[in-house]
Design a protein around this ligand. Structure first.
Ligand SMILES: Nc1ncnc2c1ncn2[C@@H]1O[C@H](COP(=O)(O)OP(=O)(O)OP(=O)(O)O)[C@@H](O)[C@H]1O
Ligand SMILES: O=P(O)(O)OC[C@H]1O[C@](O)(CO)[C@@H](O)[C@@H]1O
Ligand SMILES: [Mg+2]
Length: 524
C-alpha cells in the first residue's frame, strides 16, 4: 500500500461536467433553481427525462444543508491518476437498470454512476470516518475495510478513521479502534472481520447520538438486508438532526439476497468453497454402495449458493432451495427420484439449502418460531431431517443395501478469506463508497449494476429480498443439469409467476424485465 502523496501533476483532461446540455426534467432538484430548501425528511428523488428516462437518484447533503462549500478533489493532484484520461465521473452519467431492450422500449430506470467527482464536500483534514460490520460473516469483509481505509487515506489524505467494534451495539457500548493503513495491511488475507460483528443491539437514537458526540461525519456500514434497514434509519435520523454526516451502506451477504445489484461480494468465494463439500459428498457417494452424498449449504431465504454450487459442480443430482417447494412421497416426489437415480447410477448427490422445505420440517417436528437477536427466524435443520427421512424410507426396502453420508459445511463457506475475484470486487466497492461520501452523497448503497458501480437509494435494497425465480431460465438450466423433477404443479408455477422476485443480474435477463421501479416510487 502506498501512502497518499500530493504531487504537482495536474489532470489536464477528464471532466466535462458542466459542458453538457441536460435534457432531463429535474422533478426534485433543478440545477437552474439553485440549492433546494432544507427538508428534514427524505423522499425518493426521481428525475424524469425524454423517452421514458427515469433516474432514481440518491440523496445529497445539500438536500437538507444548503450552501455547503465545495473543494477541489485532491485526486486531481495525485500522480497515480494523472495518466487517466477521464478520471472524474461526469455528473450526468447514469447506468440503465435494464440492458436488454427492444427498438421501441422506453429508456427506463437508471441509477447514478459511482466514482470520483471533481468537487468534494469535505476537506480531507475535517473528515472523521467510521466503519462498522454487522450481521453474519462473509468473505471479503476485511478487504472492504482495508480498501475503505486505503481509499480515504491514499486518495483523499484522510487520517481519522475508526472501526466500531462488534456491530451496531459497538457505537454506544464499546471503544473504537483506530484504523490506519498499517493496521489494515494484509487483513484481506484473513477471513472474518477485524472489527467484529453482531446481530441485534440496534438502537437508532443511541447510535446517531454516538456519531454526533464523537464528531464522526462519514459512516460506512457494511452488512446485509437487516443492516441496511438500520443504515437507512440512521440516515433518516442524521438528516432529521441536520447533521453533515454521509451515511453509506455497503451490501454484504453470502446469500446474495440483496436485490438490484449484480451480486454481493463474498458470494463467489462461498460458492467456490461449497464445491469442496460437494466434491467430498461425490467421492463418498461414488465409493460406497447405493450411497447418497447429502450436502447442506447456507441460504436462509434465497437458494443462490445451492443453485450456483450445483451448476458449477455438475456432480449434483438434486438441488433443493427455499424458493422451490418439494415433496417426499408419491409420484414425482423426492423418494421416487432417489430410487430411480440409485438404480441407474448406484449413487447420487443431493444439495439442500438450509431454508428449503422448512414447512415440511416444521410440520413433522412441530417446532416453535424461534428468532435470533436480529429477529431473523431460526431455521429447523433440514439436512438432518432429510437424512433421517431418507434413511427411514430405505428401511422399507431391506433387500437393498443403502448408505447416506451427510456433510454440513455450515460456517466453513463464509469464514474463509475472499478469493481473487471477490477481492477485486470488494476493492472497487470500497473505493466507490468513499468517492460517493466525499462527493457529499448520503443515504445510499453502493453496488454494481451490469458491471458498473452505482449509487442506489436505500429503499431499493431494503424493500424486497432477492430470490431465485424458479420460472426463470437460470433455474431451468439448473434443472436440466441435474435432471431432477421440478416438483411443481401448474398451480405452483402460476403462484410463482404472480409472486415474481425483484430483478437481479444473477438471474436471467428475463427476470430483469419485470416490475418497473417508477411504479413503486413516488415522483416528487
Ligand atoms: N429492520 C431493521 N431496522 C433496524 N435495524 C435492523 C433491522 N433489521 C436488522 N437490524 C440490525 O442490523 C444488524 C444486522 O441484521 P441481521 O442480523 O438481520 O443481519 P443482516 O445485515 O441481514 O446480514 P445477514 O446477511 O448475515 O443476514 C443487527 O444489529 C440488527 O439489529
Ligand atoms: O448463525 P448465524 O451467524 O446467525 O448466521 C447464519 C445465517 O447467516 C447467513 O450466512 C447470512 O449471512 C445465512 O446463510 C445463515 O442462515
Ligand atoms: Mg439478513
Amino acid at each position: 500500500m502506498h501512502s497518499g502523496s500530493v504531487g504537482a501533476i495536474k489532470l489536464s483532461s477528464g471532466n466535462n461536467n458542466n459542458n453538457r446540455k441536460s435534457k432531463v426534467k429535474l422533478s426534485h432538484r433543478s440545477k437552474s433553481m439553485g440549492p433546494p430548501p432544507a427538508t428534514t425528511s427524505s423522499q425518493p428523488k426521481v428525475v424524469t427525462g425524454d423517452h421514458g428516462y427515469i433516474l432514481e437518484d440518491v440523496p445529497h447533503l445539500t438536500d437538507y444543508i444548503p450552501h455547503l462549500p465545495t473543494y477541489p478533489n485532491p485526486l486531481q493532484d495525485n500522480p497515480a491518476y494523472a495518466v487517466v484520461k477521464q478520471y472524474f465521473v461526469d455528473m450526468d452519467d447514469t447506468v440503465a437498470q435494464q440492458i436488454v431492450v427492444h427498438a421501441n422500449s422506453p429508456r427506463g430506470t437508471h441509477f447514478r454512476r459511482a466514482g470520483p467527482r471533481q468537487k468534494v464536500y469535505f476537506k480531507s483534514e475535517d473528515v472523521h470516518a467510521c466503519i462498522v460490520t454487522c450481521g453474519g460473516l462473509c468473505p471479503g469483509l476485511n478487504t472492504v475495510i482495508r480498501e475503505i481505509v486505503a481509499s480515504l487515506h491514499d486518495m483523499y489524505g484522510v487520517t481519522r478513521i475508526e472501526g466500531i467494534e462488534g456491530g451496531y451495539r459497538g457505537f454506544y457500548s464499546r471503544n473504537t479502534i483506530q484504523l490506519t493503513p498499517k493496521k489494515v495491511n494484509g487483513i484481506h488475507k484473513r477471513g472474518g472481520t477485524i472489527i467484529g460483528t453482531s446481530r441485534g443491539g440496534y438502537d437508532n437514537n443511541k447510535i446517531v447520538s454516538s456519531i454526533q458526540d464523537r464528531g464522526i461525519n462519514q459512516v460506512y456500514i457494511i452488512g446485509g438486508d437487516g443492516t441496511q434497514k438500520g443504515a437507512s434509519a440512521i440516515y433518516e435520523e442524521v438528516r432529521r438532526r441536520g447533521l453533515q454526516v454521509a451515511v453509506v451502506g455497503i451490501p454484504k451477504t453470502i446469500d446474495n439476497d440483496i436485490p438490484v445489484i449484480d451480486k454481493s461480494f463474498g458470494f463467489d468465494t462461498a460458492v467456490e468453497e461449497a464445491q469442496r463439500a460437494i466434491d467430498a459428498a461425490h467421492v463418498e457417494a461414488e465409493s460406497n454402495e447405493n450411497c447418497i452424498g447429502l450436502v447442506k449449504l447456507m441460504g436462509r431465504n434465497s437458494g443462490f449458493i445451492a443453485m450456483y454450487a450445483t451448476l458449477a459442480s455438475r456432480d449434483v443430482d438434486c438441488c433443493l432451495i427455499p424458493e422451490s417447494p418439494f415433496y417426499l412421497e408419491g409420484p414425482g416426489g423426492l423418494f421416487e427420484y432417489i430410487e430411480k437415480r440409485i438404480k441407474e447410477n448406484g449413487h447420487m448427490v443431493i444439495v439442500v439449502a438450509e431454508g428449503a422445505g422448512q414447512d415440511l420440517v416444521a410440520e413433522s417436528l412441530r417446532t416453535n418460531d424461534n428468532k435470533d437477536a436480529s429477529g431473523n427466524k431460526l431455521l429447523n435443520d433440514v439436512g438432518l431431517w432429510l437424512s433421517q427421512k431418507i434413511k427411514d424410507h430405505f428401511k422399507k426396502h431391506p433387500e437393498m443395501e443403502f448408505n447416506l453420508k451427510y456433510i454440513d459445511p455450515t460456517y466453513m463457506i463464509r469464514a474463509v478469506p475472499s478469493n481473487a475475484s471477490d477481492n477485486v470486487y470488494s476493492t472497487l466497492l470500497a473505493q466507490s463508497a468513499v468517492h460517493g461520501a466525499m462527493a457529499g452523497h448520503t443515504g445510499f448503497i453502493v453496488g454494481p449494476v451490469h458491471g458498473r458501480e452505482c449509487y442506489l437509494p436505500f429503499y431499493r435494497i431494503t424493500e424486497k429480498q432477492n430470490k431465485v425465480v424458479i420460472t426463470d431460465r437460470m433455474w431451468a438450466r439448473m434443472l436440466s443439469s441435474t435432471n431432477q423433477p421440478s416438483f411443481l404443479s401448474t398451480k405452483d408455477i402460476i403462484e410463482s409467476i404472480m409472486d415474481e422476485a425483484p430483478p437481479t443480474q444473477l438471474l436471467d435477463d428475463q427476470g430483469a424485465q419485470n416490475g418497473s421501479v417508477a411504479k413503486e416510487t413516488t415522483v416528487c
